[in-house]
Design a protein around this ligand. Structure first.
Ligand code: FEO
Length: 403
């Protein structure tokens, strides 16, 4: 049974929702599933923009056959050659033998790497930045977006209807459930957390490349943004573009916010963090979040660190170094290029404390991390009589937030 929706009379969403995939890229939890968006344009020529993951190919084919209603498919444009979008290409090319594949040089290179088949030259349309594919009334312009977040990525802009098919850019986790447009959902309460988690973990490393795409998009008259995951943007485009601008420039999204992330083997480091959070609350801070690095999956913590202004890391010493879960987390944060944050470090160790020093060393290798000199290293646990040290840290955080 087909399941499609119209963006307008000519452009139809022919993608699919996936509620079975447990981990996106076999890494990131999907508590609300994910959609694989594909779009079909009907004009004098017909074109499919991208396909879907392996699990959704049969749904895609039913949708495409329904929309084409007996017409042939002339082109398939491949904006992104990652398997969650390209797995259906081979089947589409078999079903529609006159269909030509449109991509750039790198797209075809990856096609050859991924598929055990050879595409004849007659079936290839190799495009360059700015090239136009003429469908009749629709003219599609190709805009390259290398490393957002793969090298072959390109966007396709429909000059007639002002639709920007944006590949992974402006995508989010979450299934669409029939409501494919941003004005049909409550994005801020239901989607924003997953959208931030999607961007920061999947694309976060490539902020400068995302900024370059935002600059190109700023020169376009855009009525809709149609990404490969999540809702189609036609109402609150400005809000979401602004979020992408903040995230990709590593600016603080939520001024005045503090996230405290701790590792704790027996609760002693946790206890110190709970006390600090209460002190900060007493001092009037309203946006404090506390997380256990062993309990909360790290993609959520990465998103929180992109959101917040002040980051506090607390962990015990382990094997004469840093508690492994905290070490892994800071390494991930460093890999994703997070920068421009205020940081406080709380160390712990029973006989030869090393964790504070290790965290400072790792954080100092990241760009523009303002690590406070007001810190603490406790031996086993903080006593009530030592609360003054923690109070100094709370005062330092509040003053650095300008409160
Ligand atoms: Fe949704 Fe980069 O693939």
């Amino acid at each position: 049974m087909q399941a499609t929706r119209k963006l307008n009379d000519d452009i139809i969403w022919v993608g699919a929702d996936d509620r079975r995939l447990h981990l996106f890229e076999n890494l990131y939890p999907l508590p609300h599933g994910v959609s694989y968006n594909a779009y079909l344009i009907k004009d004098e020529k017909t074109v499919l923009l991208d396909t879907v993951d392996e699990s959704a190919i049969s749904q895609l084919i039913e949708n495409v056959e329904h929309v084409l209603n007996g017409r042939k498919l002339d082109y398939i444009i491949v904006n992104h050659m990652e398997p969650d979008h390209c797995k259906g290409i081979k089947r589409i090319l078999e079903l529609y033998p006159d269909c030509k594949m449109v991509g750039n040089v790198t797209t075809f290179k990856f096609f050859d790497q991924l598929f055990d088949t050879t595409l004849s030259d007659e079936r290839k349309v190799v495009v360059k930045e700015g090239d136009i594919l003429d469908l009749g009334s629709h003219k599609l312009r190709f805009i390259f977006a290398p490393m957002v977040h793969w090298p072959e990525v390109m966007l396709t802009y429909d000059e007639k209807d002002k639709v920007l098919f944006s590949a992974d850019a402006f995508g989010t986790f979450g299934t669409l459930d029939g409501n494919i447009f941003d004005d049909e959902i409550d994005f801020n309460s239901s989607w924003l957390t997953d959208a931030r988690r999607y961007y920061t973990n999947i694309v976060g490393k490539y902020g400068p490349q995302t900024q370059a795409v935002l600059k190109k998009a700023a020169n376009l008259d855009i009525a809709m943004i149609a990404p490969l995951h999540g809702p189609v943007w036609r109402n609150k485009l400005g809000m979401f573009v602004e979020k992408y601008d903040i995230w990709s420039s590593y600016r603080v999204e939520d001024p005045g916010s503090v996230v405290i992330i701790y590792g704790s083997m027996y609760g002693n480091t946790q206890e110190m963090c709970e006390a600090l959070a209460c002190m900060l609350g007493d001092m009037g801070l309203k946006k404090i979040k506390v997380y256990d690095v062993s309990e909360t999956e790290k993609s959520y913590l990465i998103a929180e660190c992109f959101r917040c202004e002040h980051l506090v890391f607390a962990a015990p010493t382990y094997n004469n170094g840093l508690y492994p879960k905290m070490k892994e987390f800071i390494e991930d944060m460093k890999m994703l290029n997070l920068q421009n944050r205020k940081v406080t470090v709380l160390g712990n160790g029973t006989w030869a404390p090393q964790s504070g020093k290790c965290m400072k060393e790792m954080l100092s290798e990241m760009k523009n991390m303002d690590i406070s000199s007001v810190d603490i290293t406790v031996k086993s646990r903080l006593k009530d009589s030592e609360a003054g040290f923690l109070k100094d840290i709370a005062n330092d955080i509040v003053s650095r937030l300008g409160k």
